[in-house]
Ligand binder design. Structure first.
Ligand code: ADP
Ligand code: MG
Length: 621
């Protein structure tokens, strides 16, 4: 078959341009990436050969070779792993298959400095070869297949693929080094890079010089070594390899579980938020090994989705080596490992939270919203997870806990109050909070979508019910608050005038409201909307509508502030002139309350007409 020329996927072309044109501060990491890929390829073949032994016929000793050739100006990285066929080459080295890539690319700004930090998180993997090479040539043959293939590119928009006359199993990647990258032809330089980034790789990395081979790395799986022999740097490099990540791990957990079930865990909590952490598939990312043989990085039953921020490996002694991915479903050994991992991770988080509040806040800001999914998905452990949770609140600037909030409850307060919304600043100014703020009663401010789900499921903390401030019928008068503002509050309108106004509003608004009530929760606002207790919260309704899981909405209770000048004026007008005189204003009040909730007016055209009419009335009066 003749050579075929193909274009890179648009995202790859863009990435390559950035990689080549922005000076990467440390170019040497290309070697880490290529060695990491070679090691993954060997791992994959080792797993496949468990069930198809013939795949490794004639060559069962895995190794990665680095061959500098000063005369030709090339550096070759050769492995005898799984290799790639034609389709693999097109898919793996022509596109980026990672979920969320398109969205990620759209965040690139064109500003090289900023983009490089972003790409650092994303990882350029194979494409980093173009930081040091003018051309990259891959010759490869997939294990078990007869024909080999070659792939070649100068990284400028296209690549060519052709059948290779001769190709050993695995992948051989030859870089024609750029003039400014000839340092990577020097053996000592290569050795030190391998030592630095790839020592933890479990497969020998061999540098060949003058026909002589030298194994440069320790070639034993890092997690099998004893903790005291491992330096922080080595953990970090292993994290980079295992997680395909480039940041510092926030937490490293390395332990050996002994007893009924034996396994080793080397787990990391990343120091920054992976860009796809909220991808709907909610996949976990730990790699599963059995007696040092890589099995899969897709063992969904190894870890619950709410710990999907963890990276690293779990190596089991108790699963059979030839375990198939299907056998991992509903596997009792895996279930026990999972419960051991969850327990361990939660207890390590607890320690971190107790030891270093500031550092824990970093974790919480990255992954709190994920961890909170566990409160209602892993209901049995909610008592372990809830104390790990941190909240924004009207009582403090920073983060707080449920226990702390419970400790600040006022005399006569029998619930912990919370408000939900999608924006902290807007939430703090919400009219529903006015009465609470005036009395100094604490309200927890919940801004993650997940809060709408776990709070009703949990219902209470330490015997204190969790109650939404938007619930109707909250009576703050029985709570002894700070009452700084209470003395200066204006007198309410007369009860009977308020009753008449409420009657008029109900008649005018009809089914658009569930009820109209006078309320003490407002201080500076005239009205607000609240949910009947047991009704879906306004914020949840908005979330569901945004995800098209709900059309229409329920009507709400309109609460009015009898101390507000506008309400007093309306009450007088109704009494003097009857209901018709305030019809437009009644609808405007409802729309205003909707707008404050972040919802559009029920009928924008009518809203504008009424607004104009009322304004015109104000001018002529
Ligand atoms: P990642 O390693 O994060 O998947 P890379 O850009 O490093 O991303 O590599 C892309 C893909 O190309 C790999 O997932 C793998 O399928 C394939 N690949 C890269 N190098 C090799 C290799 N030496 N042998 C076999 N496949 C490889
Ligand atoms: Mg890679």
């Amino acid at each position: 078959m003749a050579e075929e020329k193909r274009e890179f996927q648009a995202e790859v072309a863009k990435l390559l341009e950035i990689v080549v044109h922005s000076l990467y501060s440390n170019k040497e990491i290309f070697l880490r990436e290529l060695v990491s890929n070679a090691s993954d390829a060997c791992d994959k073949l080792r797993y496949a050969a468990q069930t198809e032994a013939h795949l490794t016929d004639g060559d069962g000793e895995y190794r990665i070779r680095l061959i500098p050739d000063a005369a030709a100006g090339t550096l070759t990285i050769a492995d005898n792993g799984i290799g790639m066929n034609r389709d693999d080459l097109v898919a793996n080295l022509g596109t980026i298959a990672k979920s969320g890539t398109a969205e990620f690319m759209s965040r690139l700004s064109g500003d090289a400095g900023k983009d490089m930090t972003l790409i650092g998180q994303f990882g350029v993997g194979f494409y980093s070869a173009f930081m040091v090479a003018d051309t990259v040539r891959v010759v490869t043959r997939k294990a078990g297949e007869e024909h080999g293939w070659s792939w070649e590119s100068d990284g400028k928009g296209s690549f060519t693929i052709a059948e290779a006359a001769e190709a050993p199993r695995g992948a051989t990647i030859t870089l024609t080094l750029r003039d400014d990258a000839r340092e990577f032809l020097e053996t000592p330089r290569l050795k030190s890079i391998v030592k630095r980034y790839s020592d933890h790789i479990a497969i020998p990395v061999i540098v060949t010089e003058d026909g002589k081979d030298e194994t440069v790395n320790s070639a034993s799986a890092l997690w099998t070594r004893s903790k005291s022999d491992i330096r922080a740097e080595q953990y970090k490099e292993f994290y980079h390899h295992a997680a395909h990540a480039f940041d510092e791990p926030w937490l490293t957990i390395h332990y050996k579980a002994e007893g009924a079930i034996e396994y080793t865990g080397l787990l990391f909590v990343p120091g920054s938020k992976p860009f796809d952490i909220f991808h709907p598939d909610r996949k976990q990312h730990l790699k599963l090994y059995v007696k040092r043989v890589f099995i899969t990085d897709q063992a969904e039953e190894l870890l619950p989705p709410y710990l999907r921020f963890l990276r690293g490996v779990v190596d089991s002694q108790d699963l059979p080596l030839n375990v198939s991915r299907e056998m991992l479903q509903h596997n009792p050994v895996l279930a026990k490992i999972k419960s051991g991992l969850v327990k361990r991770v939660l207890s390590e988080l607890k320690k971190k939270a107790a030891d270093d509040e500031a550092s824990y806040a970093v974790f919480w800001e990255n992954f709190g919203a994920v961890l909170k999914e566990g409160i209602y998905e892993d209901f049995e452990r909610k008592a372990d997870i809830l104390p790990l949770c941190r909240f924004r609140s009207t009582a403090t600037e920073g983060w707080t806990t449920l226990d702390e909030a419970a400790g600040r409850m006022k005399d006569g307060q029998d619930c912990l109050y919370f408000a939900t919304g999608d924006d902290l600043a807007a939430l703090k100014r919400s009219p529903q909070l006015e009465g609470f703020l005036a009395k100094g009663i604490e309200v927890l401010l919940l801004t993650d979508p997940i809060d709408e789900f776990w709070v009703p499921a949990v219902g209470e903390w330490a015997g204190k019910p969790l109650k939404a401030v938007t619930e109707g019928g909250i009576d703050l008068s029985t709570i002894k608050g700070d009452d700084a503002a209470a003395g200066s509050r204006p007198e309410p309108a007369a009860a009977e005038a308020v009753e008449t106004l409420i009657g008029a509003l109900k008649l005018t608004l009809g089914d658009a409201v569930k009820d109209v009530r006078s309320s003490d929760r407002l201080t500076s606002s005239a009205v607000c909307l609240v949910a009947e207790s047991g009704q879906m919260s306004i914020h949840l309704e908005k979330l569901l509508k945004a995800h098209r899981q709900l059309d229409g909405g329920q009507s709400r209770v309109l609460e009015i502030n009898p101390r507000h000048d506008l309400i007093k004026g309306l009450a007088r007008t109704v009494k003097a002139k009857g209901r018709e005189a305030i019809a437009d204003m009644a609808w405007l009040l409802l729309d205003q309350a909707r707008i404050v909730e972040g919802e559009p007016p029920a009928d924008p055209v009518e809203f504008a007409r009424r607004m104009a009419a009322v304004m015109a009335g104000g001018l002529t009066a």
